[in-house]
Ligand binder design. Structure first.
Ligand SMILES: Cc1cc2nc3c(=O)[nH]c(=O)nc-3n(C[C@H](O)[C@H](O)[C@H](O)COP(=O)(O)OP(=O)(O)OC[C@H]3O[C@@H](n4cnc5c(N)ncnc54)[C@H](O)[C@@H]3O)c2cc1C
Length: 423
């Protein structure tokens, strides 16, 4: 028997669509390539799943003008209602929603609990849908845009997996290239986003793992700032990670300089006064420890090293080719800072520069930019304009949002708005 709706992809958008359509009385089959439904939910938010935001503004998404009507006037409440109905208790941290259990499994399990209790949802895991056609069984004629024919879904061995009257493609960002090419649909190139920034970071060597609250600015080569974010920064051997750098990765232009303010709450004058006071109160101060009370001591010490013209270890790291010559003196057990100019120290604390080389690889990205072009779909129903009864949801579309629950919110909302149109 032909199922009424086939959903390709058992991620957040596909699973939410399955639940909502089942409630409307449809028979649904979900095809998931991996062995586990909802595995992409499990990795979200560092195991905590930041499933939505209390400030879902269209401005925080690409193509904000086009997608504003999809968000509607109460997107936050619409998503919370979905999870209230599923019995999920949640909590708000700043403007991020998390499950109250602080465990991402709670989000997946409330969805799965409902799916398991409804016989009209059939799940097929380990089942990758390779191709999708519409064809007339009697004549064998294929025509993807002829809605008189049902859809047929094929696996990698060209076996028919099922026939369906309507199909929802919810298979995520990396699936879209093949899907779009097979069906002659316009799509944009995929680039990793919401990921760490790769920098020329010799200067940060040995500091990997240090966290700091900082103001990060992306500047062009004339030091004009074009994007900034305040938040947690995590130093890595290859550059910087953390939510603030993830959000900047959405705005990164070529040839940029990252300027980090490690003391954003203090003005330059306040910082100089603070440093002068420490020096005045500690006549025999070892200047290497001047910043210990302000920053992570290892970071503070590195900045103090940078203030010294003859800081051997910094020269060593900035010019790796001098490695052998300098080996004997690196690392120094103590830096010899006999006097400091507090203005120079404060400048380095507030304007710590790193040359940005780009974003890191796809695997470390939370989302991809790119996907099926929005002009291909009707954004009220998520139905393709040229292929009736075929719908595309979630990250497969060329929509990406800021860090902080925006991307899962898009997955839930696209499923909700699409399901609302089904009669
Ligand atoms: C590490 C990490 C952490 C994240 N944390 C957050 C967060 O805290 N908050 C937030 O808002 N966003 C977060 N995101 C982003 C968020 O997870 C995605 O935006 C969201 O999962 C997209 O949902 P989707 O349903 O569109 O696609 P996906 O989640 O990608 O689901 C697609 C599903 O389809 C399956 N599939 C693919 N191709 C086929 C095929 N041909 N046949 C059958 N099945 C197929 C895949 O196996 C997958 O299960 C995070 C992402 C990552 C990588």
């Amino acid at each position: 028997m032909a199922s009424q709706i086939a959903i390709i992809g058992g991620g957040p958008s596909g699973l939410m669509a399955a639940l909502l359509l089942e409630k409307k009385g449809f028979e649904v089959q979900v095809f998931e390539a991996s062995d586990k439904l909802g595995w992409t939910i499990l990795r979200a938010g560092n195991g905590r799943c930041n499933f939505s935001s209390s400030k879902l503004s269209a401005d925080e998404y690409s193509h904000s003008k086009e997608i504003a009507p999809v968000l509607g006037s109460t997107p936050e409440q619409d998503i919370l209602e979905l999870f209230d109905n599923l019995g999920l208790k949640y909590t708000l941290e700043e403007d991020r929603y998390y499950p109250a259990s602080m465990h991402t499994r709670s989000v997946l399990e409330v969805i799965m609990r409902e799916i398991r209790s409804h016989e009209s949802i059939t799940i097929h895991t380990n089942t990758k849908v390779e191709r999708l056609v519409r064809y007339d069984k009697a004549s064998g004629v294929q025509a993807i845009d002829n809605d008189a024919y049902p859809f047929a879904l094929f696996d990698e061995e060209h076996n028919i997996l099922c026939e369906a009257e309507q199909v929802i493609w919810a298979a995520g960002g990396s699936s879209i290239k093949d899907f779009a090419q097979q069906n002659a649909l316009a799509h944009t190139k995929l680039t990793p986003l919401l990921c760490p920034l790769k920098c020329e970071a010799h200067i940060l060597k040995g500091l990997s793992g240090i966290r700091a609250q900082a103001l990060l600015k992306l500047c062009d080569t004339s030091y004009q700032s074009y994007a900034e974010e305040f938040g947690e920064l995590l130093i890595r051997s290859y550059g910087v990670s953390g939510i603030a750098s993830f959000n900047l990765s959405r705005k990164l232009k070529e040839h940029s300089i990252l300027v980090i303010d490690f003391a954003p709450d203090m003005s330059m004058n306040e910082l100089c006064a603070y440093l002068d006071k420490i020096i005045a109160n500690n006549p025999g101060i070892d200047y290497a420890h001047l910043l210990d009370g302000l920053l992570h001591p290892d970071l503070g010490r590195r900045i103090m090293e940078l203030t010294q013209d003859n800081a051997e270890c910094i020269l060593f790291e900035l010019e790796p080719k001098r490695k052998s010559a300098k080996k004997a003196v690196y690392p120094p057990t103590r830096i010899h800072v006999s006097a400091v100019d507090t203005l120079v120290v404060a400048s380095l604390v507030k304007n710590f520069e790193l040359k940005v080389l780009g974003t890191t690889q796809l695997e470390s990205a939370q989302v991809v930019r790119g996907g099926l072009e929005l002009r291909e779909i009707n954004l009220e129903s998520f139905e393709l304009k040229r292929i009736p009864k075929l719908y595309v949801l979630g990250e497969a579309l060329d929509v990406d949002g800021a860090c902080g629950g925006y991307n899962l919110a898009w997955a839930w909302l696209s499923a909700l708005r699409c399901a609302e149109q089904f009669k």
